[in-house]
Design a protein around this ligand. Structure first.
Ligand SMILES: [Fe+2]
Length: 292
């Protein structure tokens, strides 16, 4: 099978690139698909959701069904071939996290997702071991913030494309197995998570699809200290700070969510309405959305 992500395959890349840019949605409204019942999607609804995922690696959805819970998020995902949940040690027992501001003392408060602070650009699970990479996720909004809490989303394949167009050596550097290291995290009982070193860009051998690990954090990350890697990281930062039509801005309201192949995303800071704190269900999968 032709691999457009091979830097030696310039004609294959060129064909993939043309198709990618022709298909890419630039109007965020066109990324939004509505469906009625997350437990039983119609063929037309699945087709509309899949169309966005194939073209953009993501879809923003809306369902008026107010009864969505963790079980339903799981059923929704399984209709897209998403079954292997990443059981994060902070996730609730069923493997789906309730992302909300933590008011209890404890470990959750140490993690930015469980605060009202902004989260910089990243892909989920960039610190996971190679056998537990996050290839897809569902983020479902039960309650939005009183103010703020919006997200930006960008197809990681477009980020790859723009970097490769500006300098293929950026891709070469960011595909090195020692490009990025996340240091170990030590908990009270010793090492809670081992250090992880790996590439930003890799190709999943099973699907031939591009995978990306990234965080714009500057703490708890060590970039390979050579000129080309640092230049590539700076170019990626510039790209994500630019006003590009491929960067989608959205505020998830109740009933809205994102289904994606772990695309690049960030989160604004927010303030809660104390009566209705922001709550999102987050499911992370080792699978990729089937046939996307
Ligand atoms: Fe995230």
């Amino acid at each position: 099978m032709e691999n457009p992500f091979d830097l030696n395959n310039t004609s294959g890349y060129s064909r993939w690139r043309d198709r990618k840019l022709a298909d890419a949605i630039t109007d965020t409204e066109d990324l939004i698909v509505e469906f009625k019942d997350p437990r039983a999607l119609s063929q037309a609804e699945i087709a509309a959701l899949m169309d966005r995922c194939r073209r953009n690696n993501m879809v923003i959805y809306y369902t008026p069904d107010p009864s969505v819970d963790e079980v339903m998020v799981r059923r929704f995902g399984s209709q897209f071939g998403l079954n292997s949940l990443d059981a994060n040690w902070l996730a609730d027992e069923d493997g789906i996290s309730r992302v909300t501001v933590s008011t209890e003392d404890g470990q959750r408060q140490a993690y930015i997702p469980y605060t009202d602070r902004a989260i910089k650009w990243h892909t989920d699970g960039y610190y996971n071991s190679p056998d537990r990479q996050i290839r897809a996720m569902v983020l479902h909004c039960v309650q939005s913030a009183g103010k703020g809490g919006g997200n930006r989303l960008m197809d990681h394949e477009i980020a790859y494309l723009m970097l490769r167009d500006s300098n293929p050596d950026f891709i070469r550097a960011l595909s090195m197995p020692d490009a990025m290291t996340i240091p170990e995290r030590t908990g009270e009982d010793g090492v809670a998570r081992a250090a992880q070193t790996g590439p930003v860009f890799s190709v999943d051998p099973a699907s031939g699809k591009l995978h990306m690990r990234y965080t714009a954090r500057t703490r708890s990350i060590i970039w390979k200290q050579d000129q080309i890697t640092l230049a590539a990281v700076a170019a990626l930062e510039d790209l994500l700070a630019a006003d590009l039509p491929y960067i989608h801005r959205t505020v998830l309201h109740p009933g809205m969510g994102v289904l994606c192949n772990n695309v690049l995303h960030d989160r604004e800071a927010f303030s809660d309405n104390p009566d209705h704190p922001r709550l999102l269900y987050r499911a992370r999968y080792h699978d990729r959305i089937a046939a996307s």
